[in-house]
Design a protein around this ligand. Structure first.
Ligand code: NMX
Ligand code: MLT
Length: 390
């Protein structure tokens, strides 16, 4: 491929299409095959789903899995950085506990900005590693502070690893903690990255291309993720499941048809790139069979998985009638004890922070260290004849 080779022809139909399918750059961390789903640096995500989460982050950053020594050193570095968390900066979140408290994704974004305000070095790797290392404590503090239980926060033990330290800080122990760790680690790995063009990643990289800080870029990415067509679909999907309240296929069908008639999205289905069931949906539903086979929400999810695609196929404009990652994740999070769907997107965001940081690092190192140029696509003006004031 040379610089002048034509990769893609842009037609008028591509305009105002959300840049669907238009190649704009290269990505080294992951790609999404429309049928086989996401691959991290070449590995299908299912091969990686039961590894240690730090090793998969290492893969995204270094483009290969670590040796045992490298894995140990990476975990130690993260643990060290977590210990130096500027927790005082998070007092800003306490002012939000009075009156209207906003959405947890607002808190996540503000928390990331607060950490950046307290400790930005300007070095992309250092800031990325600090943020990844400190996310578990930010998450735990958000959960406990919003829940009015900030005094329950257990002292951070970063040597436990990212996911386990989070559940430890929440005060989880024994079998309950083990179940949470198993599901959260699996969820975390599956949500780390999804190619270069998904909305939150693209947003984070666009902001970073102007040489904004890692913290400002990632907070912007989290704001992008908070939309219900993107990351917040996992919340919307479980709320939908709870509204349905039955795994009777006929009742579910009526519900789905009524939603479509009201022009509301069927959350947990459809995708901008995938054209088959998302392997992450299959994997999460598979984990549910192990963790919560008799859970009511889980049973409804399984019925939705069967009932919805044929209905969506009746609408030829819907390019992908199959389940996406958000179909099954909420029922699992609910079953392991996270009862409030409004928190689910923060788990998605927590994981995606690492993937987006890895992509920002790649873009900053591009062109022999000069970095990817500032994002500046072209918009074609319409309805704007030249005018002058008299
Ligand atoms: N329910 C209802 N309508 C849908 C759905 C769906 N699940 N999927 C697509 N459509 C509609 C879409 O709104 C569009 O309508 P219009 O032309 O009137 O604007 C039409 O079908 C064509 O859309 P597509 O080209 O198939 O999908 P697109 O790439 O534009 O959008 C999603 C992708 C994911 C935004 C869309 O499938 C959707 O809204 N799904 C439900 C929300 C959801 O689950 N989002 C999570 C996606 C994964 N993630 O975590 O980010
Ligand atoms: C996903 O994980 O499915 C996304 O971030 C959405 C996308 O890839 O467009």
């Amino acid at each position: 491929m040379t610089e002048d080779d034509s990769l893609f022809t842009i037609t008028e139909g591509h305009l105002d299409s959300g840049m669907r399918g238009i190649p704009v750059g290269t990505c080294k961390t992951s790609f999404v095959d429309p049928i086989e789903g996401v691959h991290y640096v070449g590995y299908p995500v299912e091969d990686l789903a039961n590894l240690e989460e730090e090793d998969v982050i290492y893969l995204l950053m270094h483009k290969r899995l670590p040796t045992e020594e490298e894995s140990e050193a990476f975990r130690t570095e993260l643990a060290h950085r977590a210990m130096e968390m500027p927790t005082g900066a998070l007092r800003v979140l306490e002012s939000l506990t009075t009156g209207s408290s906003g959405h947890p994704m607002d808190w996540l974004s503000m928390g990331i900005m607060a950490l950046g305000a307290a400790d930005t070095t300007g070095d992309v790797r250092t800031d990325s590693m600090n943020l990844i290392a400190r996310m578990p404590e930010l998450m735990a503090r958000i959960f406990l502070l919003r829940g009015g239980k900030k005094e329950n926060l257990q002292p951070s033990k970063p040597e436990l690893g990212l996911v386990e330290n989070f559940t430890h800080m929440l005060g989880m122990t024994g079998e309950e903690a083990e179940r949470m760790n198993r599901v959260l680690r699996f969820f975390f790995i599956l949500h780390l990255d999804h190619g270069g063009g998904n909305l939150s990643t693209f947003t984070g990289k666009a902001v970073a291309s102007g040489r904004a800080t890692v913290y400002a870029s990632i907070a912007s990415a989290m704001n992008a993720l908070s939309g219900p067509l993107h990351g917040r679909a996992n919340q919307a999907c479980l709320e939908f499941v709870q509204r349905i309240g039955t795994d009777d296929p006929d009742e579910i069908e009526s519900f789905v048809r009524a939603e479509l008639a009201a022009k509301r999205p069927i959350f947990g289905f459809g995708h901008g790139v995938l054209r088959a069931e998302d392997p992450r949906a299959r994997l999460l539903i598979g984990l549910g069979a192990e963790v919560c086979p008799d859970d009511e929400n889980y049973r409804i999810v399984k019925t939705l998985r069967e009932v919805v695609p044929p209905i969506l196929k009746e609408h030829p404009k819907i390019k992908n009638p199959y389940p996406n990652v958000d179909l099954g994740s909420g029922s699992l999070l609910h079953a392991i004890g996270f009862r409030k769907p409004e928190y689910y997107t923060t788990f998605f965001g927590w994981a995606r922070v690492a993937g987006i940081c890895a992509q920002i690092m790649d873009e900053r190192n591009a062109r022999d260290g000069r970095g990817t140029p500032i994002y500046r696509p072209k918009y074609i003006p319409i309805n704007q004849p030249h005018r002058r004031l008299e």
